[in-house]
Structure formats: structure tokens, C-alpha cells
Design a protein around this ligand. Structure first.
Ligand code: FES
Length: 149
């Protein structure tokens, strides 16, 4: 009797095939792979920009949904603000207007204080807005870092 005939006649061929597939199933079900959870997992994340791009009072930049702008001449966190960069009304771009001292939406012109409070709602558009989210900031190694939660 040949080896293949022996394995088939004793049922071990089926056992070997099952053993191989079971091992594969075991590996995939027990491996979380590190990539199956969504990034951030609902916790706070940070967004960082270089202070060199915010050297003058009124300078601003937007990164990853955060609007950063400078309101003072120093190098402390009180000289900067970080808010959400997209208007809560209908997604217009927000811009810091240094000369006027407010953030203004470029779509329907809602206005907000630098602390996020709403000054006025949408102009010539239906609906309302809400106060802006203002993010905690820190400074490290020449970078301004916003903690987005
Ligand atoms: S999108 Fe900003 S006021 Fe409408």
C-alpha cells in the first residue's frame, strides 16, 4: 500500500487538511493586528504646527481641522489660540480677523470671539450655529500643539 492510499484509508488525510485550516483560522482570529481599531480610538489627539509660521500678531494657519492664530507678541500659550477650523453651521472656512478681533466664517459670515463664543449667526442663510470648540494648547520645541478631544 502506498503512503497516500494508507492516509486516505485511515482518515488521516482529512485530519491533516483540517489541522492546517484550523491553524490558519486560529492565527487570524487571535491576531488583532494592531490595525483593526480606528485611529485615535475616540481619545484625544494632538495637532502640531511650527511657531515659525506664526511669528507676527494676527498670523494664522490651519492644519488637520484646527485653526491656529497668534493674538499676542510673546511666546507663551496665552499668545496663541487654537479653535476648530470649520464653521459649525455649514462647514465654511473660519478665518481670524486680527484687525477686528474676531473669527469670521467665509461662507455665511458668522462671527466668533477668540474664546469661541458666538458673536452673530449666519447672514443670509437659514439655520443657526453654535460656539466654537477651543482647544487646549502647549508649546514644545518650537511647536504649538493643540489637544483635540
Ligand atoms: S457655514 Fe459658517 S455661517 Fe454658514
Amino acid at each position: 500500500m502506498k503512503r497516500g492510499e494508507f492516509l486516505i484509508s485511515t482518515g488521516k488525510g482529512v485530519l491533516l487538511m483540517c489541522s492546517g485550516s484550523c491553524m490558519l483560522a486560529s492565527c487570524s482570529s487571535g491576531d488583532d493586528g494592531g490595525g483593526t481599531q480606528p485611529p485615535g480610538n475616540g481619545g484625544p489627539t494632538t495637532v502640531s504646527v511650527s511657531l515659525s509660521g506664526l511669528s507676527e500678531v494676527g498670523a494664522q494657519t490651519t492644519k488637520s481641522g484646527v485653526l491656529f492664530f497668534r493674538i499676542g507678541e510673546g511666546q507663551t500659550t496665552s499668545d496663541f489660540v487654537a479653535t476648530e477650523a470649520v464653521c459649525p453651521h455649514q462647514g465654511g472656512q473660519l478665518v481670524w480677523e486680527q484687525e477686528n478681533g474676531y473669527i469670521e466664517c467665509q461662507l455665511h459670515f458668522s462671527r466668533y470671539e477668540s474664546d469661541g463664543d458666538t458673536i452673530r449667526g449666519p447672514q443670509n442663510a437659514a439655520g443657526t450655529t453654535r460656539d466654537l470648540k477651543v482647544y487646549a494648547i502647549s508649546i514644545s520645541n518650537g511647536n504649538l500643539i493643540a489637544t483635540v478631544s
